[in-house]
Design a protein around this ligand. Structure first.
Ligand code: NAG
Ligand code: NAG
Length: 388
């Protein structure tokens, strides 16, 4: 069987060359070399391929190379280990003793003290909504701001400039500024780490002590009030617990998933607890609040944030900062950096391709936002147009 099969194969490849060159080649080794055969076969289609498709492909890779890489993420990056998701129970009319019991915890005689510590950039509106949400249960609000962004751009002390909007927290506020180091060309994560260390020191000044509850999260990662109330009242909660938040982009009109996990709550331990924004435990409490990214009032805030963002490589073209483009993207729920979603499976990438669908739910949003809907209209469904 073998020899016959192999003969058949060779016969076939000869036939192909004959077809391409339009005639039978001679048996002599000096006539019609293979290369010539191939060149003679260069027809119109090949020229189109070489001089149009290839350049278009190169230009395409230049503009969309990042997309190709991101689309192939499932091949080059494996997903982080999954969290152990803890069921979260809540109803406004269930007693705290029962809520603790539902979670497998007991209730304390008195609640823990709560410290909410943030590094502030320029998210004035988010900060107000956050602090109003947490106000009833927070002992000390701790805020640190730098005159440098993580990417070493000089910035004003925005909190100091708008401090009169935050009179309601003054008696519970520990505020400080820290000078940036302005190291050109340095990895932005180093400046970020430096600021977080300074925040640890500020927490000491604020008087934090063992077993106090410490919230570590960015300003726009807002735990819901009842979540913090639960965690301050129940006894055997984990030492460290991540909070799973609902992810929104630009406003509460664009809800895209519930996978925000960076926020965490700690039972403070002197000399051990360090302010961090990465994964610190496997435990995560389900449905514990909101993460509203790029939820800014002014287009200029978007531009500032895009420049100040840790991943500067994302602003690849200057037209990304064009206000008209940004406004258009906000209203469509599209991506400011024209990137693909960060997912680890092809089916998830494909499911999330294109703009985020509009949501018309205003149920279970932060109370202060709804109480002051006219002031924060741009955060509610149907109001994507930003002020000048
Ligand atoms: C809430 O619970 C109380 C009893 O604890 C009951 O009287 C009241 O009707 C309940 N309210 C609602 C809205 O279910
Ligand atoms: C930032 O603040 C530090 C400390 O207050 C100061 O020395 C420095 O000049 C400031 N830099 C800029 C660019 O404002």
């Amino acid at each position: 069987m073998e020899p016959i099969l192999s003969d058949g194969y060779h016969k076939k490849s000869d036939d192909i060359c004959e077809d391409v060159c339009g005639g039978k080649t001679s048996n002599s080794p000096f006539s019609m070399p293979r290369v010539g055969c191939i060149l003679r076969g260069l027809d119109m289609k090949t020229f189109i391929f070489l001089f149009m498709i290839v350049p278009i492909g190169i230009v395409g890779i230049y503009f969309h190379g990042q997309k190709v890489t991101y689309f192939l993420r499932p091949l080059w990056q494996s997903p982080p280990a999954p969290f152990i998701e803890m069921t979260h129970y809540y109803h406004e009319n269930i007693s705290m003793a029962n809520l603790c019991k539902l979670h497998g915890w007991g209730i304390r005689e008195y609640p823990r003290r709560v410290f909410d510590a943030v590094l502030f950039n320029n998210e004035v509106d988010m900060l107000k909504i956050r602090w109003k949400e947490l106000y009833p249960y927070v002992t000390q609000f701790v805020l640190l701001e730098s005159n440098s962004t993580f990417t070493s751009l000089a910035k004003p002390y925005f909190f100091a400039l708008s401090r009169d909007q935050f009179k309601f927290v003054e008696p519970r506020l520990t505020y400080a500024t820290v000078g940036g180091r302005f190291q050109k060309g340095e990895n932005p994560f180093i400046e970020e780490a430096y600021q977080r260390v300074a925040l640890d020191q500020l927490l000491q000044i604020a008087g934090i002590d063992d077993d106090d509850l410490l919230i570590m999260s960015d300003v726009d990662e807002i735990p819901s009030r009842h979540t913090i109330d639960l965690l301050r009242w129940c006894d055997d909660i984990p030492e460290i617990l991540h909070l799973q938040l609902r992810n929104y982009l630009y406003s509460f009109e664009f809800y895209f998933d519930s996978k925000s996990w960076r926020a965490s709550v700690h039972r403070y331990q002197k000399g051990k607890t360090r302010y961090a924004h990465y994964r610190q435990t496997n435990y995560i409490l389900s449905d514990a609040g909101w993460h509203c990214s790029f939820c800014f009032r002014h287009i200029s805030d978007f531009i500032f944030k895009m420049k100040a963002y840790s991943h500067t490589d994302r602003v690849r073209f200057s037209h990304y900062l064009d206000p008209k483009r940004i406004q258009d993207i906000i209203c469509r729920g599209a991506d400011l950096y024209d990137m693909l979603p960060e997912e680890y499976a092809f089916k998830d990438i494909i499911r999330r391709l294109g703009p985020i669908p509009h949501s018309y739910s205003g149920v279970h949003l932060p109370e202060y936002l709804l109480e002051n809907a006219d002031k924060y209209k741009y955060l509610l469904p149907g109001n994507c147009r930003r002020e000048g």
